[in-house]
Design a protein around this ligand. Structure first.
Ligand SMILES: Cc1cc2nc3c(=O)[nH]c(=O)nc-3n(C[C@H](O)[C@H](O)[C@H](O)COP(=O)(O)O)c2cc1C
Length: 129
């Protein structure tokens, strides 16, 4: 699939919550990882970290950390974005921009992607809509 321009990716991006069983090739996964790391950060402080998860059992367990991430049980890849408030006061912005870059890159690469907000999941009230 030819690469699209940025504005097309912005226009086409949608949350997709149903996935095929097709695995994601390593070359595609590497490009997703690149997009994550290329996001800007406040003060150039690297307050976010990324964990790419492909193990079925782990994806299934992660899907249960909030009531709103059922779709992760079908996904071939999960990307956990960790934000570290101790590293930068811009931790939330930094992590969010990384997620947005990932979403546009996924759209460009022809992948469906959804977003799950795991907000203090130990507190049920935090996970309410
Ligand atoms: C910060 C944030 C948190 C979100 N959390 C969830 C979530 O926990 N579960 C989910 O299925 N979708 C989640 N979404 C996806 C939104 O529901 C979705 O983007 C919105 O309905 C608009 O649809 P669209 O992305 O197709 O334009 C989240 C999106 C953002 C930006």
């Amino acid at each position: 699939m030819p690469s699209m321009n940025t504005l097309d990716a912005i226009r086409l991006r949608r949350e997709i919550t149903a996935f095929t069983a097709e695995p994601i090739p390593a070359v595609i996964r590497d490009q997703l990882e690149e997009a994550l790391h290329l996001g800007p950060t406040g003060n150039h402080a690297l307050s976010r970290r990324f964990i790419l998860v492909e193990q079925r059992g782990l994806l299934d367990r992660l899907s249960r950390t909030t009531p709103w991430m059922e779709w992760l049980r079908q996904a071939a890849l999960g990307v956990v974005i960790l934000a570290e408030p101790g590293v930068s006061k811009y931790w939330l912005q930094d992590a969010t921009i990384a997620g947005a870059f990932l979403w546009l890159a996924a759209t460009d690469l022809g992948l469906g992607m959804a977003w799950g907000a795991v907000y203090h999941s130990e507190d049920a009230a935090e996970s309410e809509r």
